[in-house]
Ligand binder design. Structure first.
Ligand code: KE4
Length: 425
């Protein structure tokens, strides 16, 4: 028995499913998850000493790869002064400034500890501000595990086939309306009927939790116009896309200004963090200035803020995104060439350095079409890649991430493994 298997057996006795987040359990792809012990740059090493080229990047945060020296150095310096005060610090002001500078739709920002907290709080703010109860989300979008958002959710919920989790009361779920992603006509119909009772639309401007699905032309603009004309707030959940597809996120890439933005992952540089922000008029509804309550023991903690500050500083350097775009395009063009040569039906998507291969014929534009993928074939592909030392997300309904740390050699190795894996299907 491998060390990872031993650890997994032990873990399953005391942690549900042996994991602290369901998608890590490999249920969708079979087999046992390797337990990781260290990472450096583009590589991670498991408990049995096997090395992998990592395309999961801790589900997105590690756009610079593992254990980036400048981030480690900054953390070591901060740690010497203590780890948490539960009091305001200059570091939080600095990170707030950096975020607001990067995301012009934000006059103000509140730091929290996860993407879930960010979206949960943004929705509470939208309901408190508009005095409306209903929200609209889209099937297959995942915004964390707050009760009202576990309705037709993506990511692990879709992977495990529990998009509507038990424990979410009918009372809560009734206020969460859902429609297919990328179908503006359906949103128009809904808004004609009840737009004036909808507090907000929340969506991933680039869906990253049902695989990666870009918005179709005009979709985001259409949502912006509809919400504007009905007094509904538009919330962009940029927990994945924020600082990933551009320094200013998807809203910069597509030129659409939401009312509120949720962030996470990258802004914590690999430590627990989330944030939500928007126009001053909205954010000043938040306690202690306004009546909408939200709080957190470790919100804005010095370690996550230090890692996030350093990461944003590095991402802000000249040419970072151009270089990453070039690297990601070259890599996914290579994947596409392999697919063509193999004759296996795969629909590929990419926005910036996030990408996905849907194992199916035909286009994928929403959850229904994503769900038509051959998940058994994806499982076999996943296992082949893993045994070749390539670590990709253990689910068809997740994103792949190219990082600044991936070298030409890494990407060539991944392309060779990909070619071999396709041949085995
Ligand atoms: P967290 O609470 O996991 O920090 O963030 C929730 C969240 C919110 N919004 C978006 C767009 C997200 O993608 C996420 C979390 N992403 C998943 C993976 N796609 C996290 C991985 C996991 O659940 O273990």
């Amino acid at each position: 028995m491998s060390k990872s298997q031993e650890l997994f057996t032990e873990a399953k006795k005391i942690i549900p499913g042996g994991v602290n987040s369901p998608v890590r359990a490999f249920k969708a792809v079979g087999g046992n998850p390797p337990f990781m012990v260290r990472g450096k740059g583009s590589k991670i090493v498991d408990a049995d000493g096997k090395e992998y080229v990592d395309f999961v990047a801790s589900w997105g945060p590690l756009i610079l790869g593992h254990a980036h020296p400048e981030i480690i150095e900054a953390l070591s310096a901060t740690m010497k002064n203590g780890t948490s005060f539960g009091a305001p610090t200059e570091l939080e002001v600095d990170l707030a400034k950096a975020i607001i500078h990067a995301v012009p739709s934000m006059d103000m920002v509140r730091l929290v500890n996860s993407g879930t907290e960010a979206t949960m709080s943004a929705i509470r703010l939208a309901r408190g501000y508009t005095k409306r109860d209903k929200i609209l989300k889209f099937e297959g979008c995942y915004h964390g595990h707050a009760d009202g958002l576990l309705v037709k959710a993506g990511s692990g919920a879709a992977t495990l086939g529990v998009p509507d989790s038990p424990g979410v009361t009918a009372g809560l779920a009734k206020d969460t309306l859902t429609l297919p992603y990328n179908d503006l006509a359906k949103v128009k119909e809904l808004f004609e009927r009840e737009g004036d009772s909808i507090a907000c639309i929340i969506l991933e401007p680039i869906a990253g939790n049902m695989g990666v699905i870009p918005p179709v032309d005009g979709y985001l603009q259409g949502l912006r116009e509809l919400t504007q004309s009905h007094g509904t707030l538009l919330i962009f959940d940029e927990v994945i896309s924020g600082f990933r597809v551009a320094y200013g996120g998807a809203q910069e890439l597509f030129g659409i200004t939401p009312d509120l933005t949720c962030l996470g992952k990258i802004i914590g540089g690999g430590l627990p963090v989330g944030a939500f922000g928007g126009k001053r008029e909205l954010m000043e509804q938040m306690a202690p200035v306004g009546p909408v309550y939200q709080a957190g023991t470790l919100s804005g903690n010095p370690l996550a803020v230090t890692a996030g500050l350093k990461m944003l500083e590095i991402l802000g350097r000249e040419g970072f995104y151009d270089a990453l775009e070039e690297k990601a395009k070259k890599f996914t063009d290579g994947l596409a060439a392999n697919v063509k040569e193999s004759g296996i039906p795969v629909f590929m998507t990419r926005v910036g350095s996030i990408f996905c291969s849907f194992f199916r014929e035909g286009e994928v534009v929403d959850f229904a079409s994503a769900a038509g993928s051959d998940t058994a074939r994806f499982g076999k592909y996943f296992s082949e890649m893993l045994s070749s030392g390539i670590y990709i997300a253990p689910s068809q309904f997740e994103a792949g991430f190219v990082s600044d740390a991936h070298t030409e050699e890494d990407l060539d190795k991944a392309l060779e493994a990909h070619r071999k894996a396709l041949k085995s299907l």
